[in-house]
Design a binder for this molecule. Structure first.
Ligand SMILES: Cc1cc2nc3c(=O)[nH]c(=O)nc-3n(C[C@H](O)[C@H](O)[C@H](O)COP(=O)(O)OP(=O)(O)OC[C@H]3O[C@@H](n4cnc5c(N)ncnc54)[C@H](O)[C@@H]3O)c2cc1C
Length: 459
Protein backbone atom coordinates (compact mmCIF):
# COMPACT_ATOMS: atom_id res chain seq x y z
CA UNK A 1 0.00 0.00 0.00
CA UNK A 2 1.50 3.36 -0.87
CA UNK A 3 0.40 6.10 1.48
CA UNK A 4 0.92 9.78 0.87
CA UNK A 5 0.38 12.06 3.85
CA UNK A 6 -0.88 15.54 3.19
CA UNK A 7 -1.67 18.40 5.45
CA UNK A 8 -5.19 18.32 6.80
CA UNK A 9 -6.82 21.62 6.07
CA UNK A 10 -9.52 22.02 8.61
CA UNK A 11 -12.63 23.70 7.32
CA UNK A 12 -11.06 24.79 4.00
CA UNK A 13 -14.30 24.81 2.07
CA UNK A 14 -15.54 21.67 3.81
CA UNK A 15 -18.70 23.19 5.15
CA UNK A 16 -16.88 25.63 7.40
CA UNK A 17 -19.37 27.98 8.98
CA UNK A 18 -18.62 31.66 9.12
CA UNK A 19 -19.86 33.18 12.35
CA UNK A 20 -20.91 36.76 11.84
CA UNK A 21 -21.29 38.98 14.83
CA UNK A 22 -24.06 41.42 14.09
CA UNK A 23 -23.94 44.89 15.56
CA UNK A 24 -26.89 45.57 17.86
CA UNK A 25 -28.68 48.85 18.48
CA UNK A 26 -28.12 49.75 22.12
CA UNK A 27 -31.83 50.57 22.66
CA UNK A 28 -33.13 49.50 25.16
CA UNK A 29 -29.92 49.34 27.11
CA UNK A 30 -29.28 45.65 27.72
CA UNK A 31 -28.77 44.67 31.31
CA UNK A 32 -25.88 42.34 31.99
CA UNK A 33 -27.43 38.89 31.73
CA UNK A 34 -26.83 36.22 34.31
CA UNK A 35 -26.07 33.09 32.40
CA UNK A 36 -28.02 30.17 33.76
CA UNK A 37 -25.39 27.61 34.59
CA UNK A 38 -25.91 24.42 32.59
CA UNK A 39 -26.00 21.57 35.11
CA UNK A 40 -22.90 19.44 34.67
CA UNK A 41 -23.34 15.70 34.94
CA UNK A 42 -22.10 14.43 38.29
CA UNK A 43 -20.88 10.90 38.81
CA UNK A 44 -22.44 8.98 41.72
CA UNK A 45 -19.75 8.04 44.27
CA UNK A 46 -20.74 4.37 44.20
CA UNK A 47 -19.69 4.09 40.55
CA UNK A 48 -15.88 4.13 40.42
CA UNK A 49 -13.87 6.09 37.87
CA UNK A 50 -12.87 3.87 34.94
CA UNK A 51 -9.26 2.73 34.64
CA UNK A 52 -9.52 2.94 30.85
CA UNK A 53 -11.92 4.89 28.72
CA UNK A 54 -12.71 5.40 25.02
CA UNK A 55 -15.63 7.17 23.37
CA UNK A 56 -16.93 8.06 19.92
CA UNK A 57 -18.17 11.42 18.65
CA UNK A 58 -19.57 10.57 15.20
CA UNK A 59 -22.45 13.02 15.56
CA UNK A 60 -20.12 16.05 15.56
CA UNK A 61 -17.36 14.59 13.36
CA UNK A 62 -17.17 16.65 10.11
CA UNK A 63 -16.38 13.50 8.12
CA UNK A 64 -19.49 11.64 9.21
CA UNK A 65 -22.01 14.12 10.73
CA UNK A 66 -24.00 11.14 11.96
CA UNK A 67 -23.71 7.41 12.42
CA UNK A 68 -26.34 5.37 10.60
CA UNK A 69 -28.90 6.37 7.93
CA UNK A 70 -32.62 5.67 8.35
CA UNK A 71 -35.94 6.58 6.74
CA UNK A 72 -37.81 9.42 8.45
CA UNK A 73 -41.63 9.59 8.17
CA UNK A 74 -42.56 10.54 4.60
CA UNK A 75 -39.38 9.17 3.01
CA UNK A 76 -39.38 6.27 0.58
CA UNK A 77 -36.81 3.43 0.37
CA UNK A 78 -36.67 4.13 -3.37
CA UNK A 79 -34.78 7.31 -2.52
CA UNK A 80 -31.78 5.18 -1.54
CA UNK A 81 -31.76 3.66 -5.04
CA UNK A 82 -32.19 7.11 -6.62
CA UNK A 83 -29.05 8.33 -4.89
CA UNK A 84 -27.20 5.27 -6.16
CA UNK A 85 -27.96 6.11 -9.82
CA UNK A 86 -24.81 7.15 -11.72
CA UNK A 87 -24.77 10.69 -13.06
CA UNK A 88 -23.68 10.88 -16.69
CA UNK A 89 -21.64 7.70 -16.30
CA UNK A 90 -18.99 9.87 -14.61
CA UNK A 91 -20.16 10.33 -11.04
CA UNK A 92 -21.04 7.27 -8.96
CA UNK A 93 -22.26 7.23 -5.37
CA UNK A 94 -21.89 4.44 -2.81
CA UNK A 95 -22.16 3.98 0.96
CA UNK A 96 -24.41 2.35 3.54
CA UNK A 97 -27.22 4.90 2.99
CA UNK A 98 -27.64 3.79 -0.63
CA UNK A 99 -28.05 0.08 -0.17
CA UNK A 100 -31.68 -1.04 -0.58
CA UNK A 101 -31.39 -4.32 1.33
CA UNK A 102 -29.06 -3.72 4.30
CA UNK A 103 -28.84 0.04 4.82
CA UNK A 104 -27.07 1.26 7.92
CA UNK A 105 -24.78 -1.75 8.09
CA UNK A 106 -21.30 -2.82 7.05
CA UNK A 107 -22.89 -5.37 4.72
CA UNK A 108 -24.94 -2.59 3.08
CA UNK A 109 -21.79 -0.47 2.65
CA UNK A 110 -19.91 -3.40 1.10
CA UNK A 111 -22.81 -4.19 -1.27
CA UNK A 112 -23.21 -0.59 -2.37
CA UNK A 113 -19.47 -0.30 -3.02
CA UNK A 114 -19.68 -3.45 -5.14
CA UNK A 115 -22.70 -2.17 -7.10
CA UNK A 116 -21.07 1.18 -7.85
CA UNK A 117 -17.83 -0.50 -8.96
CA UNK A 118 -19.70 -2.94 -11.20
CA UNK A 119 -21.73 -0.16 -12.84
CA UNK A 120 -18.54 1.84 -13.44
CA UNK A 121 -16.69 -1.16 -14.88
CA UNK A 122 -19.52 -1.72 -17.38
CA UNK A 123 -19.44 1.95 -18.52
CA UNK A 124 -15.66 2.41 -18.59
CA UNK A 125 -13.10 1.74 -21.30
CA UNK A 126 -9.80 0.01 -20.60
CA UNK A 127 -7.48 1.13 -17.82
CA UNK A 128 -9.17 4.39 -16.93
CA UNK A 129 -8.14 6.81 -14.18
CA UNK A 130 -10.68 6.44 -11.38
CA UNK A 131 -10.89 8.34 -8.07
CA UNK A 132 -12.60 6.89 -5.01
CA UNK A 133 -13.58 9.41 -2.33
CA UNK A 134 -13.63 7.87 1.15
CA UNK A 135 -11.82 4.82 2.55
CA UNK A 136 -14.62 3.28 4.61
CA UNK A 137 -16.05 -0.16 3.83
CA UNK A 138 -17.82 1.00 0.63
CA UNK A 139 -14.78 2.86 -0.67
CA UNK A 140 -12.16 0.18 -0.09
CA UNK A 141 -14.35 -2.57 -1.56
CA UNK A 142 -15.13 -0.44 -4.65
CA UNK A 143 -11.45 0.47 -5.03
CA UNK A 144 -10.38 -3.18 -4.76
CA UNK A 145 -12.82 -4.25 -7.50
CA UNK A 146 -11.82 -1.36 -9.77
CA UNK A 147 -8.11 -2.09 -9.33
CA UNK A 148 -8.72 -5.80 -9.95
CA UNK A 149 -10.51 -4.76 -13.19
CA UNK A 150 -7.21 -3.10 -14.20
CA UNK A 151 -8.21 0.53 -13.66
CA UNK A 152 -5.79 3.09 -12.31
CA UNK A 153 -7.35 3.88 -8.92
CA UNK A 154 -6.55 6.61 -6.39
CA UNK A 155 -8.40 6.78 -3.07
CA UNK A 156 -8.79 10.12 -1.29
CA UNK A 157 -9.57 9.93 2.41
CA UNK A 158 -10.23 12.97 4.61
CA UNK A 159 -9.02 11.38 7.86
CA UNK A 160 -5.49 10.24 8.62
CA UNK A 161 -6.70 6.63 8.69
CA UNK A 162 -8.83 4.28 6.65
CA UNK A 163 -11.92 2.56 8.11
CA UNK A 164 -14.49 5.36 8.28
CA UNK A 165 -17.24 4.37 10.72
CA UNK A 166 -15.34 1.22 11.70
CA UNK A 167 -12.73 2.06 14.33
CA UNK A 168 -10.98 -0.43 16.63
CA UNK A 169 -8.75 0.75 19.48
CA UNK A 170 -6.32 -2.02 20.38
CA UNK A 171 -3.80 -2.04 23.21
CA UNK A 172 -3.11 -3.22 26.74
CA UNK A 173 -6.05 -1.25 28.13
CA UNK A 174 -8.58 -3.65 26.62
CA UNK A 175 -9.10 -7.42 26.70
CA UNK A 176 -10.53 -7.14 23.17
CA UNK A 177 -10.16 -4.04 20.98
CA UNK A 178 -12.55 -1.25 21.94
CA UNK A 179 -14.88 -0.81 18.96
CA UNK A 180 -16.05 2.77 18.57
CA UNK A 181 -18.00 2.19 15.35
CA UNK A 182 -19.54 -0.88 13.73
CA UNK A 183 -18.75 -4.24 15.32
CA UNK A 184 -22.06 -6.00 15.93
CA UNK A 185 -23.04 -8.28 13.11
CA UNK A 186 -25.62 -11.03 12.80
CA UNK A 187 -24.66 -14.55 11.72
CA UNK A 188 -26.71 -14.01 8.57
CA UNK A 189 -24.70 -10.88 7.70
CA UNK A 190 -21.40 -12.60 8.49
CA UNK A 191 -22.36 -15.39 6.10
CA UNK A 192 -23.40 -12.84 3.47
CA UNK A 193 -19.99 -11.15 3.71
CA UNK A 194 -18.35 -14.55 3.43
CA UNK A 195 -20.39 -15.18 0.25
CA UNK A 196 -18.92 -11.98 -1.16
CA UNK A 197 -15.46 -13.45 -0.53
CA UNK A 198 -14.68 -11.07 2.27
CA UNK A 199 -14.77 -11.18 6.04
CA UNK A 200 -14.64 -8.61 8.81
CA UNK A 201 -12.53 -10.95 10.93
CA UNK A 202 -12.50 -14.36 12.53
CA UNK A 203 -13.07 -13.82 16.26
CA UNK A 204 -16.55 -13.18 17.60
CA UNK A 205 -18.09 -12.77 21.03
CA UNK A 206 -21.71 -13.61 21.74
CA UNK A 207 -23.88 -11.58 24.12
CA UNK A 208 -27.00 -13.65 24.65
CA UNK A 209 -28.50 -12.83 28.05
CA UNK A 210 -30.33 -9.63 28.90
CA UNK A 211 -31.95 -7.90 31.84
CA UNK A 212 -33.72 -4.65 32.63
CA UNK A 213 -32.54 -2.69 35.64
CA UNK A 214 -34.51 -0.08 37.56
CA UNK A 215 -33.84 1.80 40.78
CA UNK A 216 -35.45 -1.11 42.61
CA UNK A 217 -33.13 -3.66 41.04
CA UNK A 218 -33.48 -6.21 38.26
CA UNK A 219 -36.69 -6.14 36.18
CA UNK A 220 -37.75 -7.92 33.00
CA UNK A 221 -35.70 -7.24 29.92
CA UNK A 222 -37.28 -4.91 27.37
CA UNK A 223 -39.48 -6.22 24.60
CA UNK A 224 -40.74 -4.70 21.38
CA UNK A 225 -44.38 -5.91 21.32
CA UNK A 226 -46.01 -2.51 21.85
CA UNK A 227 -43.76 -1.00 19.17
CA UNK A 228 -44.56 -3.85 16.75
CA UNK A 229 -48.31 -3.47 17.40
CA UNK A 230 -48.24 0.28 16.82
CA UNK A 231 -46.29 -0.19 13.59
CA UNK A 232 -48.77 -2.79 12.44
CA UNK A 233 -51.69 -0.39 12.96
CA UNK A 234 -49.80 2.59 11.49
CA UNK A 235 -49.33 0.70 8.23
CA UNK A 236 -53.03 1.07 7.43
CA UNK A 237 -53.12 4.85 8.10
CA UNK A 238 -53.42 7.31 5.18
CA UNK A 239 -50.09 8.98 5.95
CA UNK A 240 -46.74 7.91 7.37
CA UNK A 241 -46.57 8.87 11.06
CA UNK A 242 -43.36 9.17 13.05
CA UNK A 243 -42.88 6.18 15.32
CA UNK A 244 -43.61 8.04 18.58
CA UNK A 245 -46.94 9.38 17.20
CA UNK A 246 -47.87 5.90 15.94
CA UNK A 247 -47.29 4.63 19.49
CA UNK A 248 -49.44 7.26 21.21
CA UNK A 249 -52.15 6.83 18.55
CA UNK A 250 -52.16 3.16 19.48
CA UNK A 251 -52.68 3.98 23.16
CA UNK A 252 -49.11 3.51 24.36
CA UNK A 253 -47.98 5.74 27.21
CA UNK A 254 -44.82 7.63 26.23
CA UNK A 255 -44.02 8.11 29.95
CA UNK A 256 -43.99 4.37 30.59
CA UNK A 257 -40.36 3.65 31.60
CA UNK A 258 -40.43 0.18 30.02
CA UNK A 259 -41.54 1.62 26.66
CA UNK A 260 -38.92 4.39 26.93
CA UNK A 261 -36.26 1.74 27.62
CA UNK A 262 -37.40 -0.34 24.62
CA UNK A 263 -37.26 2.73 22.35
CA UNK A 264 -33.83 3.63 23.72
CA UNK A 265 -32.61 0.11 22.89
CA UNK A 266 -33.96 0.34 19.34
CA UNK A 267 -32.46 3.79 18.86
CA UNK A 268 -29.08 2.73 20.28
CA UNK A 269 -28.77 0.01 17.65
CA UNK A 270 -30.39 1.76 14.65
CA UNK A 271 -29.75 5.47 15.30
CA UNK A 272 -33.37 6.19 14.31
CA UNK A 273 -34.99 8.93 16.40
CA UNK A 274 -38.54 7.74 17.32
CA UNK A 275 -39.80 11.33 16.92
CA UNK A 276 -38.76 11.25 13.25
CA UNK A 277 -38.50 7.61 12.13
CA UNK A 278 -41.03 6.27 9.62
CA UNK A 279 -43.67 3.88 10.92
CA UNK A 280 -44.28 2.65 7.35
CA UNK A 281 -40.61 1.74 6.91
CA UNK A 282 -39.64 1.40 10.56
CA UNK A 283 -36.23 0.65 12.06
CA UNK A 284 -35.88 -3.00 13.05
CA UNK A 285 -36.23 -3.91 16.72
CA UNK A 286 -32.89 -5.42 17.85
CA UNK A 287 -32.46 -9.17 18.27
CA UNK A 288 -32.13 -10.66 21.79
CA UNK A 289 -28.63 -11.91 21.03
CA UNK A 290 -25.79 -9.74 19.77
CA UNK A 291 -22.66 -11.06 18.10
CA UNK A 292 -19.68 -8.71 18.22
CA UNK A 293 -16.33 -8.81 16.47
CA UNK A 294 -13.60 -9.54 19.02
CA UNK A 295 -10.59 -8.32 17.07
CA UNK A 296 -9.03 -5.27 15.44
CA UNK A 297 -11.09 -4.66 12.30
CA UNK A 298 -8.24 -2.73 10.64
CA UNK A 299 -7.22 -6.01 8.99
CA UNK A 300 -10.30 -5.82 6.74
CA UNK A 301 -9.10 -2.48 5.37
CA UNK A 302 -5.42 -3.48 5.10
CA UNK A 303 -6.46 -6.45 3.00
CA UNK A 304 -8.54 -4.40 0.57
CA UNK A 305 -5.97 -1.59 0.38
CA UNK A 306 -2.99 -3.85 -0.37
CA UNK A 307 -1.01 -2.32 -3.29
CA UNK A 308 -3.56 0.50 -3.65
CA UNK A 309 -2.76 4.20 -3.96
CA UNK A 310 -4.40 5.96 -1.01
CA UNK A 311 -3.98 9.59 -0.10
CA UNK A 312 -4.82 10.15 3.57
CA UNK A 313 -5.71 13.39 5.38
CA UNK A 314 -6.97 14.80 2.07
CA UNK A 315 -10.59 15.95 2.19
CA UNK A 316 -12.14 16.40 -1.24
CA UNK A 317 -13.95 19.75 -1.20
CA UNK A 318 -15.22 20.10 -4.79
CA UNK A 319 -16.09 17.75 -7.63
CA UNK A 320 -16.63 19.17 -11.12
CA UNK A 321 -17.95 16.83 -13.78
CA UNK A 322 -19.01 16.85 -17.43
CA UNK A 323 -19.26 14.42 -20.35
CA UNK A 324 -15.50 14.13 -20.67
CA UNK A 325 -14.44 13.47 -17.06
CA UNK A 326 -14.23 14.73 -13.48
CA UNK A 327 -11.99 17.11 -11.60
CA UNK A 328 -11.44 16.88 -7.85
CA UNK A 329 -10.29 19.73 -5.68
CA UNK A 330 -8.68 18.84 -2.36
CA UNK A 331 -8.67 20.87 0.84
CA UNK A 332 -5.06 21.76 0.02
CA UNK A 333 -6.26 23.58 -3.10
CA UNK A 334 -4.73 20.98 -5.41
CA UNK A 335 -6.91 19.92 -8.38
CA UNK A 336 -6.68 16.53 -10.09
CA UNK A 337 -8.40 15.07 -13.15
CA UNK A 338 -9.90 11.61 -13.54
CA UNK A 339 -12.11 9.77 -15.99
CA UNK A 340 -14.66 8.84 -13.30
CA UNK A 341 -15.22 9.09 -9.55
CA UNK A 342 -16.94 6.98 -6.89
CA UNK A 343 -18.11 9.13 -3.97
CA UNK A 344 -18.61 7.16 -0.74
CA UNK A 345 -18.80 9.94 1.87
CA UNK A 346 -21.53 9.50 4.51
CA UNK A 347 -25.04 10.87 3.98
CA UNK A 348 -24.42 13.39 6.80
CA UNK A 349 -21.48 14.87 4.86
CA UNK A 350 -23.61 15.21 1.70
CA UNK A 351 -26.42 16.82 3.72
CA UNK A 352 -24.01 19.33 5.27
CA UNK A 353 -22.62 20.07 1.79
CA UNK A 354 -19.16 18.93 2.79
CA UNK A 355 -18.44 18.58 -0.95
CA UNK A 356 -19.49 21.13 -3.55
CA UNK A 357 -20.64 19.63 -6.86
CA UNK A 358 -20.34 21.54 -10.14
CA UNK A 359 -22.79 21.51 -11.76
CA UNK A 360 -25.13 21.00 -8.78
CA UNK A 361 -26.43 17.44 -8.48
CA UNK A 362 -29.71 16.68 -10.32
CA UNK A 363 -32.93 17.39 -8.36
CA UNK A 364 -33.52 13.65 -8.00
CA UNK A 365 -30.22 13.23 -6.12
CA UNK A 366 -30.60 16.39 -4.04
CA UNK A 367 -34.16 15.31 -3.20
CA UNK A 368 -32.93 11.92 -2.01
CA UNK A 369 -30.13 13.45 0.09
CA UNK A 370 -32.63 15.78 1.77
CA UNK A 371 -35.27 13.07 2.26
CA UNK A 372 -33.13 10.43 4.00
CA UNK A 373 -32.08 10.87 7.63
CA UNK A 374 -28.71 10.53 9.25
CA UNK A 375 -29.18 9.00 12.71
CA UNK A 376 -26.92 9.31 15.73
CA UNK A 377 -25.28 6.53 17.72
CA UNK A 378 -22.41 6.97 20.16
CA UNK A 379 -20.56 4.41 22.18
CA UNK A 380 -18.36 4.45 25.26
CA UNK A 381 -16.01 1.73 26.48
CA UNK A 382 -15.03 1.65 30.17
CA UNK A 383 -12.69 -0.77 31.92
CA UNK A 384 -12.76 -0.76 35.71
CA UNK A 385 -10.12 -1.96 38.15
CA UNK A 386 -12.63 -4.21 39.82
CA UNK A 387 -16.16 -5.41 39.47
CA UNK A 388 -18.73 -3.16 41.17
CA UNK A 389 -21.94 -4.60 39.74
CA UNK A 390 -23.92 -7.64 40.56
CA UNK A 391 -25.44 -8.62 37.22
CA UNK A 392 -24.32 -11.58 35.17
CA UNK A 393 -26.35 -10.78 32.09
CA UNK A 394 -24.50 -9.48 29.03
CA UNK A 395 -27.05 -6.89 27.86
CA UNK A 396 -28.51 -4.36 30.31
CA UNK A 397 -31.37 -1.95 29.78
CA UNK A 398 -31.79 0.95 32.19
CA UNK A 399 -35.50 1.32 32.98
CA UNK A 400 -36.39 4.72 34.44
CA UNK A 401 -34.06 7.31 35.94
CA UNK A 402 -32.50 10.23 34.13
CA UNK A 403 -29.31 8.63 32.76
CA UNK A 404 -28.26 9.54 29.25
CA UNK A 405 -27.09 6.03 28.30
CA UNK A 406 -29.71 3.29 28.68
CA UNK A 407 -28.08 0.36 26.91
CA UNK A 408 -25.02 -1.33 28.40
CA UNK A 409 -23.08 -4.40 27.34
CA UNK A 410 -21.35 -6.26 30.14
CA UNK A 411 -18.20 -7.88 28.72
CA UNK A 412 -17.23 -9.51 32.06
CA UNK A 413 -18.80 -12.89 31.16
CA UNK A 414 -17.04 -13.11 27.78
CA UNK A 415 -13.67 -11.47 28.53
CA UNK A 416 -13.26 -12.11 32.28
CA UNK A 417 -12.52 -8.40 32.80
CA UNK A 418 -14.79 -5.67 34.19
CA UNK A 419 -15.51 -3.88 30.93
CA UNK A 420 -18.79 -2.12 30.17
CA UNK A 421 -19.82 -0.75 26.80
CA UNK A 422 -22.50 1.95 26.75
CA UNK A 423 -24.50 2.61 23.58
CA UNK A 424 -26.75 5.62 23.13
CA UNK A 425 -28.79 6.67 20.10
CA UNK A 426 -30.93 9.54 18.79
CA UNK A 427 -30.97 13.02 20.34
CA UNK A 428 -29.29 11.68 23.52
CA UNK A 429 -26.36 10.53 21.37
CA UNK A 430 -26.02 14.03 19.94
CA UNK A 431 -26.11 15.39 23.48
CA UNK A 432 -23.50 12.89 24.63
CA UNK A 433 -21.20 13.67 21.67
CA UNK A 434 -21.34 17.38 22.49
CA UNK A 435 -20.09 16.85 26.10
CA UNK A 436 -16.46 17.48 27.02
CA UNK A 437 -14.51 14.35 27.82
CA UNK A 438 -14.74 15.09 31.53
CA UNK A 439 -18.51 15.64 31.44
CA UNK A 440 -19.00 12.59 29.21
CA UNK A 441 -17.22 10.44 31.82
CA UNK A 442 -19.41 11.84 34.57
CA UNK A 443 -22.55 11.29 32.47
CA UNK A 444 -21.54 7.69 31.69
CA UNK A 445 -20.90 6.96 35.38
CA UNK A 446 -24.19 8.63 36.34
CA UNK A 447 -26.01 6.39 33.85
CA UNK A 448 -24.70 3.36 35.75
CA UNK A 449 -26.12 4.35 39.13
CA UNK A 450 -28.70 1.53 39.27
CA UNK A 451 -25.92 -1.04 38.93
CA UNK A 452 -23.80 0.30 41.79
CA UNK A 453 -23.82 -1.61 45.11
CA UNK A 454 -25.83 1.09 46.89
CA UNK A 455 -28.36 2.23 44.30
CA UNK A 456 -28.63 6.03 44.22
CA UNK A 457 -32.16 7.35 44.50
CA UNK A 458 -33.44 3.95 45.64
CA UNK A 459 -36.60 3.83 47.66
C1 LIG B 1 -21.34 3.97 16.53
C2 LIG B 1 -21.71 3.16 15.32
C3 LIG B 1 -22.08 1.85 15.50
C4 LIG B 1 -22.41 1.08 14.38
N1 LIG B 1 -22.71 -0.22 14.60
C5 LIG B 1 -22.87 -1.03 13.55
C6 LIG B 1 -22.95 -2.41 13.75
O1 LIG B 1 -22.82 -2.87 14.88
N2 LIG B 1 -23.12 -3.21 12.67
C7 LIG B 1 -23.17 -2.72 11.39
O2 LIG B 1 -23.28 -3.49 10.43
N3 LIG B 1 -23.06 -1.38 11.17
C8 LIG B 1 -22.92 -0.53 12.21
N4 LIG B 1 -22.73 0.81 12.01
C9 LIG B 1 -22.84 1.32 10.63
C10 LIG B 1 -21.55 1.08 9.84
O3 LIG B 1 -20.46 1.60 10.54
C11 LIG B 1 -21.65 1.77 8.51
O4 LIG B 1 -22.81 1.32 7.83
C12 LIG B 1 -20.46 1.51 7.58
O5 LIG B 1 -19.24 1.41 8.27
C13 LIG B 1 -20.44 2.66 6.59
O6 LIG B 1 -19.43 2.48 5.63
P1 LIG B 1 -19.32 3.54 4.45
O7 LIG B 1 -18.16 3.17 3.64
O8 LIG B 1 -20.65 3.67 3.79
O9 LIG B 1 -19.08 4.95 5.18
P2 LIG B 1 -17.85 5.39 6.08
O10 LIG B 1 -17.31 4.23 6.82
O11 LIG B 1 -18.30 6.55 6.87
O12 LIG B 1 -16.76 5.83 5.02
C14 LIG B 1 -16.81 7.07 4.37
C15 LIG B 1 -15.42 7.66 4.36
O13 LIG B 1 -15.46 8.94 3.69
C16 LIG B 1 -14.55 9.79 4.34
N5 LIG B 1 -14.87 11.17 4.01
C17 LIG B 1 -15.85 11.96 4.51
N6 LIG B 1 -15.82 13.17 3.92
C18 LIG B 1 -14.80 13.15 3.03
C19 LIG B 1 -14.27 14.08 2.11
N7 LIG B 1 -14.80 15.32 1.99
N8 LIG B 1 -13.20 13.73 1.36
C20 LIG B 1 -12.65 12.49 1.47
N9 LIG B 1 -13.12 11.56 2.31
C21 LIG B 1 -14.19 11.88 3.08
C22 LIG B 1 -14.74 9.45 5.80
O14 LIG B 1 -13.65 9.89 6.58
C23 LIG B 1 -14.87 7.94 5.76
O15 LIG B 1 -13.62 7.30 5.92
C24 LIG B 1 -22.39 1.63 13.08
C25 LIG B 1 -22.02 2.94 12.90
C26 LIG B 1 -21.66 3.70 14.01
C27 LIG B 1 -21.20 5.12 13.79
Amino acid sequence: MSITRRTLLLGAGTGAVAVLLAACTPEPQPKPTRTTPVPRPTAPPAVPAPAAWARSTWSTDPYSFGSISYLPAGADPQQRATLAEPIGDRLYFAGEALDPDHPGTVLGAVDSGRSAALALIVAAGEKERVAVVGAGAAGVVAARMLADANHDVTIFEARDRSGGRILSKSGDDWPIPAQLGAWLISDEQLTALHDRITTLGEKQIVLDTATGWSKDGAVDTVAGQSIAQAIDKAKSLPSDLPLDKALTQNGADPDDPALAAALAWQTAITGADPAKASSWYPPAFPADTLTGMGEDLGGFFDKHLKDQEITLASPVVRIAYDDSGVSLRLGTGEALSFDRVVVTVPLGVLQQQGIEFAPALPFSHRGAIAALASGFVETVWMRFDKLFWDAEQAIWHVVGGAGLIRTWLNLMPVTGEPVLVGIVGGPEAEQFAALSDRDARAAARAALEFFAPTPQGGS
